[in-house]
Ligand binder design. Structure first.
Ligand code: PHE
Length: 498
């Protein structure tokens, strides 16, 4: 049986014919912990099965040093006495054997006249008596057993800081108004059954606990990526950008690659970098006239280009894939705009893309891209550099460098580097460029329209802002849900304007 239940049963039987004057004494005589007894009393009190009166009292408690003496069954002075050999011992050797106990023990033993210090070139501690009576130990044991000592003895132990007064509560206990030998069954809730059979009239209910805490609510927490995404969206909105619809994870190769003048032999289109769909394997919902213009641009060029000089395959363009970049979203958007009639515009998107890459601490097979696109007449590389400075300034990044790069769909192209003050080095933060006429003109955009664009990942800045160095701690099945529940608000450090 449960020992606490046994204790409760014994207590109730005891109270049936008697009362408890001091709960500590009751615990002592019954060999139970006072704390356990108090737990039982509190529960019985809530049923009004017992009544209790609390009294504050004090008692002597042994210090750690005193407990050590009881454990060793010898006080410091007795331990010292026992360590002295017949021929005597130097104080230093005594200390080497007993440590600090030797210091206390030597002092007390001298007071007790148990030993003496024989002076000479090498002073020795010698025993002065044959046997000793360890009064200190006896007194400590008596106190531990709850006895009261003569005031003089108490004072000695107090001066040696072996005992100190400690507050302690005890209870006087008697039968309560609802005393019984067994706890009644208390209902927590009124139920339909009780209403029907009328037992609610006599049923006993548990007291309502108004200070009990509610259950913490689950769910409803934003992931760090969503918080950082919000900051980016707000920067774009503040700069007058419009959000593009990105709800298309599955894309066909045509919009993801061909429309972007990415040749069909390009290594990025290979199964090593792209996830191909098995069902449905293909789709062909592209405008036929546009498709023909894309084909001839790839094969023989046009718009001032000589093209790639290969046989463009429609079958290749039809292949369904998981989109590898959000530039697929931009290509659909620009085509749509060309059909509706060109007007200057600023677009952005932030959403998920997929790459069939080896996963490591900084790469996952899926991640998020942030992309900005501006179309207008007469835009130059200078505009691109200017807008990148402004965009990154709003992120708190002021030092930028650009490096010539290559993308099939932009010319010129620039990798963007920013100075990382913590890492004290330049790190790549994005890619950018001006879309090629081979991409824009087949869509039907006027030849004097230029489009500048840039892209970056959402994960990189999120990991920097949240001090996460392994991407698997941010995204995927290894993420600690506690991080999602407790992550702080994202705040970009925007430097003050000069
Ligand atoms: N699509 C590019 C990438 O995947 C980024 C980019 C966007 C580059 C727009 C130039 C212009 O890295």
């Amino acid at each position: 049986a449960d020992p606490k239940q046994e204790m409760e049963k014994a207590l109730l039987i005891f109270l049936q014919s008697s009362a408890i004057e001091n709960s500590r004494e009751y615990a002592e005589t019954n060999g139970i912990e006072h704390n356990d007894l108090v737990g039982i009393l509190k529960s019985l009190l809530s049923y009004e099965m017992v009544a209790a009166k609390e009294t504050d009292s004090v008692r002597w408690a042994l210090s750690a040093e005193a407990k050590g003496f009881v454990d060793a069954n010898a006080s410091a002075e007795a331990q010292t006495f026992l360590a002295i050999p017949g021929e005597g011992i130097s104080l230093n050797d005594l200390k080497a054997v007993l440590g600090k106990t030797a210091e206390v023990g030597f002092k007390q033993g001298m007071v007790n006249k148990w030993f003496e210090l024989v002076k000479g070139s090498n002073p020795l501690v010698m025993r002065k008596v044959d046997t000793i009576k360890d009064e200190c130990l006896e007194n400590l044991k008596a106190i531990a057993a709850g006895a009261t000592l003569a005031p003089a003895e108490e004072k000695k132990l107090k001066q040696r800081k072996l005992i100190s007064q400690e507050k302690c509560k005890y209870y006087a206990v008697e039968k309560g108004s609802k005393f019984a030998l067994e706890k009644p069954k208390l209902y927590t809730d009124l139920n339909a059954e009780m209403m029907k059979d009328g037992s609610w009239k006599t049923a006993a209910f548990k007291n309502y606990n108004y200070s009990a805490l509610g259950k913490p609510t689950e769910g409803g927490h934003l992931h760090p990526l969503l918080k950082v995404r919000k900051e980016f969206r707000e920067i774009f909105f503040a700069m007058g950008f419009e959000e593009m619809p990105t709800n298309r994870y599955v894309e066909n190769s045509f919009w993801n690659f061909d429309a972007l003048f990415q040749p069909q032999q390009h290594p990025a289109r290979d199964a090593h970098d792209t996830f191909f769909m098995t069902t449905p394997q293909t789709s062909d919902t592209f405008p036929p006239d546009y498709l023909e213009r894309v084909r001839t641009t790839h094969e023989t060029g046009g718009y001032g280009s000589i093209g790639y000089n290969y046989d463009w395959s429609l079958a290749e363009a039809k292949k369904n894939i998981m989109r590898t970049h959000t530039t697929a979203v931009s290509s659909r958007m620009l085509y749509k705009m060309a059909q509706e009639g060109f007007k200057p515009a600023k677009y952005f998107s932030i959403d998920r893309v997929f790459r069939n890459e080896a996963v490591d601490r900084t790469h996952l097979a899926e991640f998020h891209q942030i992309e900005g696109v501006i179309c207008d007449r007469g835009l130059t590389l200078g505009h691109l550099i200017g807008i990148l400075h402004e965009f990154f300034r709003r992120l708190g990044i002021t030092q930028l460098k650009f490096k010539p790069a290559f993308n099939p769909y932009t010319e010129p192209s620039m990798e963007i580097f920013s100075y990382h003050p913590k890492l004290k080095k330049w790190v790549e933060v994005g890619n950018s460029g001006m879309f090629r006429p081979e991409m824009l003109e087949p869509m039907g955009l006027p030849p004097d329209v230029t489009v500048i664009a840039w892209g970056l990942s959402l994960e990189r800045p999120t990991m920097i802002l949240y001090d996460i160095d392994n991407i698997r701690d941010l995204f995927g099945h290894k993420v600690n849900l506690g991080l999602v529940r407790a992550n702080p608000i994202c705040r970009l450090q925007i430097p003050n304007e000069a």
